[in-house]
Design a protein around this ligand. Structure first.
Ligand code: GLU
Length: 487
């Protein structure tokens, strides 16, 4: 039997990280076993379903690399089949017509049990069965609105969950659920069973929040004569405080992480470790390694914590593993978009550009970091951080100005390799009897606008002599103005 799994998001919002994790587990399971991953959009909630949400969800799945083999199917296309299944259950006596509204049913319940007490899960059935023979059909034919409810059989429902093991529900605890509403629309439990059967789904892997639906669905499969798939319920994802994950804990939509410049490979790695582990101490894993190691047996029973620090760490690890050639297109796109660089110019300086990326990437956790770090190297308009100025220039504007002026002169006359640059700077510091750091910090601010950068000699060489001399000179000008305003 070939494995067929599905991911059936409701297009009522962005792809949530919890949904993405569910999609990933299904996808890994399919890829691991050479199975089929089906995508189905559950758009039967007319009010809340929006085509733009479908678009966002498809985009997020593509970004993560979770390609589907079949679909996207739309649940709304199956409504006739759903109704047919409801009618079949009715004809077989496994469902009944319910002409009462929710309010009438609640009122009847209250009348029978004025003190309150347990809800009678079979009340609607009792009323339906109490009608005269043929009455329900007559009223239905006369067009009287009514729901169709499933007649939950006696006994108990059990299944062997791929995550939780043996599960058992007393059927007496399950309502005679509505399967077709009075407006003719199918409910989730009917539609999902009908669709999963139609798509020949063999394994249903989804969140723990659906655990209480599963016995209802199993009973529906059995009543409809469809083969019952295997079920696996993956535990919830919690925020760092142990509460259900929400926006309070940080971004919960996958698109938000894409916008933040996170690598899809890091997101996939992170999501895979939410509730699953490879069984050894590996954390950083490629998607190929995840497929290889994935198994439902290793899905944890307890909830997992959405740890943003771990995501940031994984992101840095994956980022570092990328070659400059892989990072360059994304970086160029962003730099050009931000009006900071010209694509043709970067292409013409490919060796320089790749060397720059290699120099910067180990200090970056994502693409946005890299854009930020690359900025001083690609644009003529250097933005100088005021805190850096305060810290490394303004304590001694005069002295710093004089030293930067002299350094500009000496560097201009120096050959342009790292050893020579280093010799100039260290030699000058020695002459002054100062620590090299004291000389280097103000240079870094003048050249990069910041307090931190990769090794300064490498930075200077890559920046190029002209740019370095120019930046040192404008620092000198700026500092002379400071001196004037101070005096
Ligand atoms: N559309 C449902 C949801 O997003 C699908 C649940 C299921 O996997 O059966 O929760």
């Amino acid at each position: 039997m070939s494995i067929r799994v599905r991911f059936p998001p409701s297009p009522t919002g962005d792809l949530h990280v919890g949904g993405a994790r569910t999609a990933l587990f299904n996808w890994l399971f399919a890829r691991k076993h050479g199975g089929v991953f089906v995508l189905r959009i559950e758009d039967t909630d007319r009010e809340r379903s929006k085509p733009e949400h479908t678009e966002t969800i498809l985009h997020a799945l593509k970004w993560l690399g979770l390609d589907w083999d079949e679909g996207p199917f739309f649940q709304s296309d199956g409504v006739d089949r759903h109704r047919g299944e409801a009618r079949a259950l009715l004809a077989a006596g496994e469902a009944f017509r319910d002409f009462m509204t929710q309010e009438e049913l609640a009122a009847e319940q209250a009348r029978r049990q004025p003190e309150g007490g347990l809800v009678d899960r079979r009340l609607a059935r009792e009323i339906a069965d109490g009608m005269a023979p043929g009455e329900a059909e007559r009223r239905a034919e006369a067009g009287e609105p009514h729901a169709i409810r499933f007649r939950v059989p006696d006994g108990e429902t059990t299944w062997s969950d791929m995550v939780h093991g043996e599960m058992r529900f007393e059927n007496s605890d399950i309502d005679d659920l509505v399967i077709l509403r009075s407006d003719g629309s199918p409910t989730y439990n009917l539609a999902v069973v009908s669709d999963d059967a139609d798509e020949r789904i063999t394994h249903v892997i989804r969140g723990d929040d659906h655990l209480s639906n599963t016995p209802k669905q199993i009973l529906l499969y059995e009543a409809l004569g469809h083969p019952v798939p295997l079920f696996g319920h993956v535990p919830m994802i919690l925020g760092s405080d142990g509460k259900r994950l929400s926006k309070r804990h940080g971004a919960t939509s996958v698109g938000e992480y894409e916008r933040q410049g996170l690598l899809a490979a890091a997101m996939v790695n992170f999501l895979a470790l939410l509730g699953w582990s490879p069984g050894d101490d590996r954390e950083q894993m490629t998607v190929e390694e995840l497929i290889e190691a994935f198994s439902m047996e290793r899905v944890l029973k307890k909830s997992s914590i959405f740890d943003l620090e771990k995501l940031a760490w994984l992101s840095g690890q994956h980022f570092n593993d990328l070659a400059a050639a892989e990072l360059a297109p994304g970086l160029t796109e962003r730099l050009v978009e931000a009006g900071l660089a010209d694509a043709a110019d970067l292409a013409a300086r490919k060796d320089w550009y790749f060397e720059l990326i290699d120099l910067l990437k180990s200090r970056c956790r994502n693409m946005n970091d890299l854009v930020d770090q690359a900025m001083p190297f690609v644009t003529d308009n250097l933005e100088i951080d005021e805190d850096a100025v305060e810290k490394h220039w303004l304590k001694d504007p005069e002295g710093v100005g004089a030293r930067l002026r002299e350094l500009a002169r000496r560097l201009e006359a120096s050959p342009w390799d790292e050893t020579a640059i280093e010799a100039v700077i260290r030699g000058y510091a020695e002459e002054l009897g100062m620590g090299a750091g004291k000389v280097i910090h103000p240079i870094r601010v003048a050249i990069t606008g910041r307090t931190a950068s990769p090794g300064i000699f490498h930075v200077l060489r890559l920046m190029g002599k002209d740019q370095v001399v120019e930046r040192l000179s404008s620092a000198v000008t700026r500092l002379s103005k400071v001196r004037k305003t101070l005096s």
